[in-house]
Design a protein around this ligand. Structure first.
Ligand code: ATP
Ligand code: MG
Length: 883
């Protein structure tokens, strides 16, 4: 069975048994601050299992993209050596939300593996939790497994829990013997070496664990199962390793070809090829889900995977970027099943390439820094690099632990990895605290407010800015320290209100939250921000200004209309900009993030080089042309698949429901979007692109302004131009030409002036300031307004002209003096320029130094320059020993 058929057979089997097929959620676990990535099939249903939201159907079946690279599930170190662990893999799962339980779960699993999948019952095992007699009995009832093949295992393997508290329960796993012909092995040994392969885990969510650790039976127990597609494929295709299935072989062969070797030729090389194939999948799927390489967070995980693959490539002999060349190969294998992979292929390829190039360059430079640190440590007699030293290599030079370790091992120097990890943890803690702050605030608010029953807020603010007779459901008082639920908020207090209906848009899809006012019979409050959580509860952050606000109050809500209208202009303008970017730069200019505010918009998109001035002008021109056409916008709810069919631009990595809201500017743009928009593009007014620059690698950022903000900016620029013209004494029209001409004229004058000064100093030897001391000719003069460089040239010219002699030149600026002394070569035995300049500088409040024939000094008393110059012969006489 090909992997594609296995996916399909799983979906078919369970849809035939009343399960609703649900598309894979993105790898990025949205709105879950505790989790970086989706790491199991149940993750998208977490809120359902926690009782926070309703399931779409009582039974579901999914093929879920998973990534296990951090936290509780981290298989990164296993990847390469292990034939059955990946970072990215697909999990097949069937779910019951309080519907069927153990009996059907066991029966379904047995029927599928021995039915459509055709596995020989004699090669199968089932494990159950040691105390779960019920599950053991069900396997005996539904399967043909003899008692010896139904094993009981302990807590570690066969008891599942979501967290320290909450849903948990026993599980039961299906194992396959990959070498049934060999004599039976000890169970622990067989599972360790992979002969007995776990393919499927059935979780029986049966209890709720409370704070004290007590288990309470759940009223409606649930089912969550997970089978790794890659392991099932290896089993059904009769190969000993996931990597020998149709999911991996084409990638391994292509990588081996590029490296000029073969898969299966050498054990170490095979490990590297497997790492490359595995990480290629993880990297590509992360990019397809909108993750961007970065220095922290999810983007950092992506970057580390990519870099690890590059290092393994180097072991295979790659010296040039290679990973990006495999991106299309993965497209061939999986693009049909995952359209997001196909659509992002070109953009991903160029991002991967750019990252590879950057990394190879830092590696080359980095190896040197690491080597230097090692040499220093060894020199100091240390046997290991300290934590701070390793951290500095990372922090200053971007060198990762893996690279440092590799070189240190070769150099036989130890590493204080613990010390390093401590510093890294500290760093991570700080950056996490910053980014998770809002999420945490919302989570604690949710905890504080959702104690009773699930809440929900209906949004009625697309077409209206005002709503009467809504009701306050919950209030929380907020302080520096946190939030606590309350029944009443009095004037002067800040807090959060949850209401049953609202016209306040909560920040989402880049659009900022609304501001405005709330009024009840007994009080008034200003709302300064609106946010919502993943369950759709709206939080109005407010300050009570009059009277008091109480739970249960009937209230009127009114948003700041002008601000909202300005936001709407920028939001629709963002869609137009997105469309123009596609037209001018190509389909690869995919959205990577955006901000829609009342005073500006910011749009990030995938593109691997800066835009040219012509491209920016063309983008601006197109958007403004669509504005001038005054096209009415159309907002329509449709089935998601239909919308995507129609070409709607969806954000990969966003979670969309079955019914989606589409925003269309007919003939121009069609996007899935939940935001607020103008009714007609004509309302947007002028659009100006104000900035363009790079952010993360492969991502550019455009900033723009529209509507009144743009008009104000145009007026400001016009005024600026008028002022420039007035300053130049010409009409604004002629200001640029006039300014250029002036600049040219100034340069010319400077040249002329320098020439004049030279003549002035050098051309009149009879001028004052010249004398003779003990047979040495000396010139001491002030030069007006000459920069230091020119003073040096003048001194040289003068000395050359004299043939033999000493030259002292001084110039004064605001509060400072510059002195130059030159001595002709024949006199350096008698006069030292450095010594002379030092004693002269002392008289103008300064110091200096230099060579015997040339010295320079600075001083702070320009008022003493004239008297100092007059004393030059005297000072020189002292130094020559003559009086
Ligand atoms: P193992 O003990 O082999 O690491 P697990 O107990 O971590 O597996 P579960 O968390 O129960 O696995 O996940 C359910 C199924 O997902 C497993 O039975 C297996 O088929 C698959 N699976 C788990 N981890 C991986 C992985 N890193 N790569 C590929 N498949 C995996
Ligand atoms: Mg595991």
């Amino acid at each position: 069975m090909k992997s594609h058929d296995i996916r399909q057979s799983f979906l078919d089997f369970f849809t035939a048994r009343g399960h609703r097929e649900i598309a894979s959620a993105p790898l990025v676990a949205h709105g879950d601050p505790t989790l970086h990535f989706t790491n199991a099939g149940m993750v998208p249903f977490k809120d359902v299992f926690l009782g926070l939201s309703e399931p779409a159907a009582p039974r579901a079946v999914t093929v879920q993209k998973c990534l296990r690279v951090s936290g509780k599930h981290n298989d990164l170190e296993n990847v390469g050596p292990s034939p059955r662990h990946h970072t990215f893999f697909e999990m097949l799962g069937n779910f019951s939300f309080g519907d069927y339980f153990k009996d059907d779960a066991v029966r379904f699993a047995w029927e599928l593996v021995t039915g459509p999948w055709g596995l020989d019952p004699a090669h199968l095992f089932a494990t159950v939790y040691e105390e779960d007699d019920e599950a053991a009995a069900l396997w005996a009832k539904h399967s043909s497994l003899p008692p010896a093949r139904i094993l009981r295992c302990g807590q570690a393997d066969n008891f599942w829990q979501m967290g320290a508290t909450g849903p948990c329960g026993p599980c039961s796993e299906v194992f396959v013997d990959l070498h049934p012909g060999r004599p039976a092995a000890d169970w622990d040994e067989g599972t360790d070496n992979g002969r007995y392969l776990e393919i499927w885990n059935l979780v029986f969510m049966q209890f709720d664990r409370d704070e004290a650790g007590e288990l309470h039976p759940l009223p409606d127990p649930s089912i969550d199962t997970g089978a790794g597609l890659e392991r099932v494929a290896a089993t059904l295709q009769g190969v000993g390793s996931n990597y020998e299935t149709d999911l991996f072989l084409p990638i391994l062969h292509a990588a081996a070809d590029l490296a000029g070797t073969g898969y299966g030729e050498d054990a170490d090389g095979d490990v590297s090829l497997r790492v490359i194939a595995d990480h290629l999948r993880a990297v590509s799927f992360l990019l397809a889900d909108g993750v961007i390489p970065a220095a922290d967070g999810r983007g950092y995980v992506l970057r580390r995977l990519l870099r690890r693959a590059v290092r393994h490539g180097m072991r295979l002999g790659f010296e040039e970027p290679f990973l990006h060349r495999l991106v299309p190969v993965l497209g061939e294998v999986m693009g049909g099943t995952y359209p997001e992979l196909d659509k992002t292929r070109e953009a991903s390829r160029s991002t991967v390439r750019a990252e590879e190039e950057k990394y190879l360059a830092t590696l080359a430079a980095g190896a040197r820094h690491i080597q230097e640190a090692i040499d220093r440590a060894r020199h100091a007699g240390h046997t290991a690099l300290s934590g701070p030293e390793i951290f500095q290599l990372y922090d200053t030079y971007g060198q990762e632990l893996d690279t440092v370790r590799e070189i240190a091992e070769e150099e036989r120097l130890g590493l204080d990895e613990e010390g390093y990890e401590k510093l890294m943890d500290e760093r991570r803690r700080r950056s996490r605290a910053a980014t998770a702050d809002l999420q945490k605030r919302m989570a604690s608010l949710r905890d504080a407010l959702q104690s009773k029953e699930p809440l929900a807020t209906a949004f009625a603010g697309y077409d209206r800015h005002r709503l009467e007779g809504a009701r306050v459901l919950r209030l929380a008082a907020t302080t520096e320290r946190g939030a606590s639920e309350t029944d009443v908020l009095a004037a002067g207090r800040t807090g959060v209100a949850v209401v049953d209906r609202t016209v306040f848009y909560a920040e989402a899809g880049g659009q900022v939250g609304d501001r405005g006012a709330i009024a009840s019979g007994g009080g008034k409050a200003t709302v300064h921000d609106t946010q919502k959580d993943t369950a759709g509860v709206y939080f109005h952050f407010l300050e009570v200004t009059d009277g008091e606000l109480r739970v249960g109050d009937a209230i009127d809500l009114r948003i700041d209309s002008e601000r909202r209208i300005a936001v709407e202009r920028h939001h629709t303008a963002t869609h137009l900009l997105h469309a123009a970017l596609h037209q001018v730069l190509g389909e690869g200019a995919r959205q990577a993030g955006s901000l829609v505010a009342p005073d500006r918009l910011r749009f990030d998109f995938h593109h691997d080089r800066p835009l040219t001035a012509t491209e920016i002008a063309e983008i601006e021109r197109r958007v403004n042309a669509w504005v001038l056409k005054a096209v009415p916008t159309a907002i329509v709810w449709r089935d998601r698949d239909e919308a995507v069919q129609a070409g709607a631009m969806a954000l990969f990595g966003e979670k969309y429901g079955e019914r989606v809201r589409t925003v269309e500017v007919p003939g121009v743009s069609l996007e899935l979007c939940g935001g607020c928009h103008v009714r007609n593009t004509g309302e947007i007014g002028p659009l100006i692109v104000t900035a363009e620059r790079g952010t993360a690698s492969g991502v550019r950022r455009v900033e723009a302004i529209a509507g009144e903000v743009a008009l104000a900016e145009l007026r400001r620029r016009q005024e600026l131009l008028r002022e420039v013209g007035a300053g130049l004494g010409v009409e604004a029209e002629r200001a640029p030409r006039e300014a250029a001409a002036l600049k040219e004229r100034i340069k010319e004058l400077e040249r002329e002036l320098a020439g004049l000064r030279r003549e002035l100093v050098a051309g009149r030897p009879a001028e004052g300031g010249e004398s003779e001391v003990a047979g040495v000719r000396v010139v001491a003069r002030e030069v007006h307004g000459a920069p230091a460089g020119e003073l040096r040239n003048l001194a040289d010219t003068l000395r050359d002209k004299m043939g033999s002699g000493v030259v002292v030149l001084g110039t004064r600026g605001e509060g400072k003096v510059t002195l130059i002394v030159t001595v002709s070569k024949d006199l350096t035995g008698r006069v030292d320029a450095g010594r002379l300049v030092r004693s002269l500088a002392a008289q103008v409040g300064g110091s200096g130094g230099g060579r015997p024939d040339f010295a320079q000094a600075g001083g702070k008393q320009p008022e003493n320059l004239t008297s100092m110059l007059a004393k030059v012969p005297e000072v020189l006489a002292q130094q020559l020993g003559a009086v």
